[in-house]
Design a protein around this ligand. Structure first.
Ligand code: NAD
Length: 347
């Protein structure tokens, strides 16, 4: 079979560490294994536009591996061109870069490596919570620019203790984050995580999103991007938050109304915003989140620690092995089944 993988360029870093697997040079380290079985493995980083390398390979690709970190947007038009496509495999968590309805209509299976990097994201979120509360970024900038102004940092620096933190989404990442926090904890999710789990985590469910927003000093997004969650945090919702509250978003950039976030950061309605996800990715040079006040943004990195990369590679290999043998995947890996059924978290 022809397997195509779309990954970011590792450049000089690809050769520096054999554990760095999530790049186009390494291709998750799958080449020897795939080729030994007679499969063709083509790797590219060129994913955008009608003249990209990905586009040129679509017509005879059987399996397409993509990642949320360098998302190849698999549109209905691309699915139509990919006449041989049987499996769209997301090497990571989050398949919103794929038109799931078009895949379902074409009878293509979509799967992801569910759970592979959820610890990595929760740990990164914890870091971002503290970076925002402690007003870390201006202090770090001063030091690198040769300055020393303690007042600029400490006039808006807070402890985590005693604050109220809420997660929108109480799934895998949301619960791992709650486990790692010691303060007043709330969550909003369309499903309850159950009384026993709430007790273990010391968290209270808010059934109304606006109520959660009004109570929190900091809100973390942990929901998938779907038709229902696109633009979830808009101008109206931001106005329900306490003045100066913070947002952490490692879930997906399009959960936010981009310009409403800029306005809220610049006006002080938001005390700060941190996350690693953008819409689109890579973020263009003029994306306003690069330049707004009090942000602590990075590239899409939270789910791609070296430990996560190892789990992504192992999970991708295991899933491909099952696919070649005609075996079923673990149920939670299915995003779209061959019969056109879309997983509940995306509906
Ligand atoms: P999960 O499926 O375990 O949890 C998602 C939760 O969201 C579920 O509890 C679900 O009930 C809830 N939910 C879904 N739609 C909702 C709605 N409309 N209203 C309220 N609640 C809703 O997923 P997870 O593993 O915790 O991952 C969450 C998201 O994090 C992923 O979808 C992905 O977008 C993102 N993610 C980002 C990275 C990264 O590197 N930045 C890595 C992994 C995952």
């Amino acid at each position: 079979m022809k397997v195509v993988g779309v990954f970011l360029k590792g450049c000089k870093y690809a050769a520096q560490n054999p554990k760095f697997l999530l790049n186009v040079e390494a291709g998750l380290g799958l080449r020897p294994w795939l080729e030994a079985q007679g499969h063709l493995y083509h790797l590219t980083h060129e994913k955008d536009g009608p003249h990209s390398e990905l586009e040129a390979h679509l017509h005879d690709t059987d399996v397409l591996i993509t990642t949320p970190f360098h998302p190849a947007y698999v549109t209905a038009d691309r699915i139509k061109k990919a006449k041989n496509l049987k499996l769209l495999l997301t090497a990571g968590v989050g398949s919103d870069h794929i038109d799931l309805h078009a895949a379902a209509a074409a009878g293509i299976t979509v799967a992801e490596i569910t759970g592979c990097n959820v610890v990595s994201v929760a740990e990164d979120e914890l870091m971002r919570v503290l970076i925002l509360l402690r007003n870390f970024v201006p202090g770090w900038k001063q030091i690198t620019q040769g300055n020393w102004d303690v007042a600029e940092v400490i006039h808006r620096s807070y402890d985590l203790e005693g604050k109220t933190i809420g997660t929108i989404g109480g799934g895998r990442i949301g619960q791992l984050l709650l486990q790692r926090l010691k303060c007043n904890l709330l969550y909003y999710d369309r499903y309850s995580i159950g009384e026993q789990r709430e007790k273990e985590l010391g968290v209270t469910r808010e059934e109304d999103l606006d109520t959660l927003l009004s109570k929190c000093d900091l809100v973390v997004l942990n929901v998938p991007l779907t038709d229902k969650t696109k633009g979830l945090i808009n101008k109206d919702r931001l106005s329900k938050m306490k003045k100066g509250a913070y947002i952490v978003n490692n879930a997906r950039g399009a959960l936010m109304d981009r310009d409403a976030i800029v306005e809220a950061c610049n006006s002080g309605q938001l005390g700060g915003y941190s996350g690693d996800v953008w819409d689109p990715q890579p973020a263009p040079k003029d994306h306003p989140w690069r330049y707004m006040a009090n942000h602590a943004m990075t590239q899409h990195i939270s789910g791609a620690s070296l430990d996560a990369q190892w789990r992504i590679a192992a999970g991708t290999k295991e899933t491909l092995e099952k696919f070649f043998k005609g075996q079923v995947f673990p149920e939670e890996y299915y995003i779209v089944k061959k019969d056109g059924k879309i997983a509940p978290q995306y509906t």
